[in-house]
Structures are given as C-alpha cells and as structure tokens.
Design a protein around this ligand. Structure first.
Ligand code: AMP
Length: 269
C-alpha cells in the first residue's frame, strides 16, 4: 500500500495501470467504508481511497472541528483490506488558490432535505469531487447509499460533464442494532446509540405508513418520544422521479435527519 500526499505523484504513478476504483472518504473508517473498498477489490481494480475532511461541505464550523479523526487506525484498515493507494491530501493540495470561490449548480434537492437544512453543503461536495477526480484518473467511483442524496447529486454532476466515470452505488452497512454505520456514531454514547437504534427500527417497520402520511406528525412525535432532540426532516422521495411522494413503491425512499446529543444523524431506507 502506498500513501500519497500530493496530487502530482498520484496521477503520474497511477497512469497506464489497470482500471482505477476510487473511494473518496472523510476518514474515521468503518465497515461501511470497507464494503466500498471490498467492492472495488472484487472488481480487480487498482483501489484508491482518499481521506480528506472537506471544510467546504460543512455549513457549521463546530461540526467541522469536531469531525472525528482516526488516521492511524484508518491506515491499518486500508492496509488490511489491500488498498493500493491512500491519498492523504492537505487542504492546500486540494485548494491551492488564495481565494476560494465555490459556485456549483445543484439541480436536485436544493430546496429539500440536506439541500434545505445545510445550505452550501452539496456545492462543497461537488467542488471536492471535481477536484479529487481531476487528480485521480478514476474509472469507477464507489459511493454509499447511506448518503443517497449525495449519491444522486454526484451522479447527476458526472452525467452533466459527460464524464466516463462509472458510479457504483453501494448498499448501506448497518450495526447490529440497525443504525447505519457512520463516522459520527463515534461521537455518541451507548444511551444515544440505543435511542438511534429504536428510532430507525421503528421507522423501518412503518415505512409504508410514513410514505403515505401527508404531514408525518405522528412519526415525528414518536421520534421525539424515543429521544430525538431536534428533527430536521422526515420525508419520502421517489428517487427515480426525484419528487416528493406519498405512494409506496420500489423507488420510494424515506429520508431523515435528526440530532442526538448535538450530533446530527442522517439515514434513508
Ligand atoms: P464519508 O467518509 O462519510 O464521507 O463516506 C465516504 C463514503 O462511504 C460515502 O460514499 C458514503 O456514502 C459511504 N458510506 C458511509 N457510511 C456508509 C455505510 N454505513 N454503508 C455504506 N457506505 C457508507
């Protein structure tokens, strides 16, 4: 496994090799990330993992500052899973210019869910993906359904620039109590992890009813009773039509974001 810190090296070294599978991450790796790595290795791709906490996708500075960092454990996980290259850029590597202006057009979800509650978030996500893809000659880009809205937005961005990069959506990996694995779970104590488990299991059991209900008040109340501190949204979307829905179907997904102990959790199913 090679660790690379500057963009120049990564492009020249990786050129003319076999096809590249790229897994962008913000580190604090867990089995969710590992499932993406395994998928790339299974396809026999030269597998590149980047670890970079992108400041421009955080609309809240506190959230950025407390984002968990576990770099030596991350490197061990990458090594164990036979990652070929770990790209560990500095902020200067990714954003070398003095004044950074981010202007990306977000076609979907701008007014909804993450787009509504985290202004500037997806613009920052597109910016970092744009810059990472310009440094790593990616053939396959592995993205988790855990961040389904991000997955759709990146896919649309890649289509919009006629890029040949193929997006590979990967299923959400969950803990035994049902919650989606997430780096932010590290910030929760056992009590909060249990509450998160109760919330997601209750919501998953009632998926159809949530989709059909117009105001979702009953379910929001239940989430609060379980212990959710603040709920940003509980919404149903048709992911093919990219529209809100109240009709259960294979393309209807429930999306949620809420706070526990000051930690913001998102999920979808
Ligand atoms: P992050 O480090 O949170 O930016 O995530 C990096 C990639 O891993 C993204 O494509 C995520 O959607 C994906 N990912 C994060 N958590 C999970 C999970 N529990 N299951 C599957 N993929 C995940």
């Amino acid at each position: 496994m090679k660790i690379i810190k500057t963009a120049n090296k990564i492009t020249s070294k990786l050129l003319n090799k076999k096809k590249i599978g790229f897994i962008p991450t913000m580190g604090c790796l867990h089995d969710g990330h590992v499932s993406l790595i395994r998928k790339s290795k299974k396809k026999k791709l030269l597998t590149v993992v980047s670890i970079f906490v992108n400041p421009f996708q955080f609309n809240n500075k506190k959230d950025f500052n407390k984002y968990p960092k576990t770099i030596s454990a991350d490197l061990k996980i990458c090594k164990k899973n036979k990652v070929d290259y770990v790209y560990l850029p500095s902020k200067k590597d990714i954003y070398p210019e003095k004044k950074i202006i981010i202007k990306n057009k977000i076609h979907f979800f701008k007014k909804y869910m993450e787009g509504k509650f985290r202004p500037g978030h997806f613009e920052g996500v597109i910016e970092v993906i744009k810059r990472l893809l310009s440094r790593i000659e990616t053939n396959y880009l592995f993205l988790g359904k855990k961040d389904y809205q991000q997955l759709i937005i990146i896919k649309k961005y890649i289509e919009s620039i006629n890029s040949k990069v193929k997006v590979v959506p990967c299923d959400t990996i969950r803990a035994t109590n049902g919650i989606a694995l997430s780096s932010r779970n590290k910030l929760l104590d056992q009590k909060s992890l249990n509450i998160a488990g109760n919330i997601i299991n209750f919501l998953k059991k009632n998926k159809k009813q949530i989709i059909k209900s117009n105001n979702k008040l009953f379910f929001l109340k239940k989430m609060k009773e379980f212990g959710a501190n603040k709920i940003d949204y509980l919404s149903a979307f048709n992911i093919k039509k990219l529209k809100k829905t109240n009709k259960p179907s294979v393309n209807a997904r429930v999306f949620l974001a809420y706070y526990l102990d000051g930690v913001r959790l998102i999920d979808n199913f």
